[in-house]
Design a protein around this ligand. Structure first.
Ligand code: FMN
Length: 218
């Protein structure tokens, strides 16, 4: 496939990158199955660490949870329990080693928010999608997942859908019950998740530092 390099395509590509935002509030309306499939196709086309996984073709899998289903309730419940356990663990750790508090404070606040309100994006968005990526050597699996999620994110943006990362999902990769739900073998895959749906409101373009100020040409 050749790339159409005219100015219009370039402009559209820049517009998609500039309009990509994290969506945390969604409308109830479900995007079409075709839209979700297009987003997954974009994810499948993202780079993967071919050598690390021994060129295994089963390097990436997707799990689509629809809001209102029994399975999304089970997933949300297991994730909630995991957040409770982790919060408990960090509380004990900080009680024993108070000097660690500043390092873990923000993560503990996030866990507390889940314990108070549930997992944002799981049951609060039309779709919760998990990406599972085969682990390998060297251990670059989370980088591969990030590439996959970014492709999905840009495709969702182009389809005017909201997208939000649900990074607490990665903590579920070794949870027996969660793995049973996904029918994944223990220890072989890393996972992460995202929420997809129509955004409750359109967010303005993201603000970032001036790239020139953050760049050194050598
Ligand atoms: C590795 C990673 C993990 C993230 N995890 C979460 C998350 O669990 N929940 C969430 O609401 N946003 C999450 N985000 C989104 C960031 O908070 C967001 O990208 C950042 O605030 C900038 O906002 P923008 O995406 O709208 O430009 C994550 C982003 C990255 C790159």
């Amino acid at each position: 496939m050749t790339i159409n390099n005219d100015n219009d395509c370039n402009k559209i590509f820049d517009e998609i990158i500039q309009s990509r935002r994290s969506t945390r509030l969604f409308k109830d309306e479900f995007p079409s199955k075709e839209n979700i499939e297009d987003i997954l196709d974009a994810g499948m086309l993202a780079p993967y660490a071919a050598r690390a996984v021994g060129h295994n073709q089963d390097f990436r899998r997707f799990f689509v949870f629809k809001n209102g289903s029994k399975n999304i309730e089970i997933a949300a419940d297991l994730m909630y329990k995991k957040a409770e356990e982790s919060l408990d663990h960090f509380k004990k750790m900080v009680a024993e080693k108070p000097f660690l508090k500043s390092e873990v404070q923000l993560f503990m606040e996030k866990l507390q928010m889940i314990v108070d309100k549930g997992v944002l994006g799981v049951g609060t968005a039309p779709y919760f999608v998990i990406v599972a990526e085969l682990k390998g050597v060297p251990p670059v699996v989370m980088e591969s997942i990030a590439h996959c999620l970014e492709n999905m994110w840009l495709k969702a943006t182009q389809l005017e859908l909201g997208f939000g990362i649900v990074s607490i999902t990665s903590q579920m990769a070794d949870d027996d019950e969660f793995l049973k739900l996904l029918d994944l073998p223990k220890g072989k895959y890393a996972i992460n998740g995202c929420a997809i749906g129509y955004p409750a409101k359109k967010l303005p373009s993201t603000k970032r530092p001036d790239t020139k100020m953050s760049t050194k040409w050598l």
